[in-house]
Write a protein that binds this ligand. Structure first.
Ligand code: CA
Length: 242
């Protein structure tokens, strides 16, 4: 009986992957981390399994037999908001912006460390959970040592208040509200400056630089606001493994 209860609490992950070496490593590694793993070896099987089961998160390889990862992502997104993490191989020509636009939550590049993958999965799950249950108090956002009091428009790092201008506050708030998620430059500019913004896109980088100088221990090697090259920025919940 207790075994059943335990399995109810485990996170169900659909791993869509066609490389046996990865399948073996993920099956063993994720099981050890407390995930129930189901494997789909091609895009078609992924959609079939997804339709049959309930999954908390999907780990989706891009290059797959039968249906591509992008097509699978689009199909799943058409009727589910399950967190999807895209996996691409190093050197693969990937349009990250397109992936995020069609609804992927995050992505990792092979070869990855299991620890990093699990951290990313937990981050998208935490984010989804706070959206689903409204855990996120409207007035307060706490991410590690950073606390934002939205109503009072104040922000604290390690208990010390930092002074933020209006756009800086809006930008940091957006990042804090989406931990572990890549936000594209387009989304950030659109949400902070408005869709009719026609100014210099360097403005975003200037604001990020200033935020880093305020919240990062080492602004030159940021641990919180990381750059996703060619795509945008991400607020890290946990330091990426080194
Ligand atoms: Ca593949």
């Amino acid at each position: 009986m207790s075994k059943k209860r335990e399995s109810d609490q485990r996170i169900r992950v659909l791993v869509v992957e066609d490389e046996e070496s990865f399948i073996d490593a993920l099956t063993i590694g994720l099981d050890r981390e407390g995930f129930d793993v189901a494997i789909a070896r091609d895009g078609q099987e992924a959609l079939t399994l997804f339709a049959q089961g309930r999954f908390d998160v999907v780990l989706l390889d891009l290059m797959l037999p039968k249906l591509s990862g992008l097509d699978v992502c689009r199909s799943i997104r058409a009727d589910s908001d399950v967190p999807i993490i895209i996996v691409s191989a190093k050197g693969e020509e990937v349009d990250m912006v397109l992936m995020l636009e069609i609804g992927a939550d995050d992505y990792v590049t092979k070869p990855y460390r299991l620890r990093e993958l699990v951290a990313r999965m937990r981050a998208v799950l935490r984010r989804r959970e706070s959206l689903d249950h409204g855990h996120e108090d409207e007035e307060q956002i706490q991410r590690g040592t950073i606390r934002m009091d939205v109503d009072a428009r104040r922000c604290f790092v390690d208990g010390d208040e930092i002074k933020l201008r209006k756009k800086e506050f809006a930008l940091l708030r957006l990042l804090l509200e989406n931990p572990g998620r890549v936000l594209t430059r387009e989304v950030l500019i659109d949400r902070v400056w408005g869709s009719d913004y026609v100014g210099d896109t360097k403005t975003l980088d200037v604001h990020i630089k200033r935020l880093r100088s305020l919240i990062e221990k080492d602004p030159k090697a940021p641990a919180h606001i990381t750059t996703v090259r060619g795509v945008g920025y991400r607020f890290e919940l946990t330091k990426p493994s080194v």
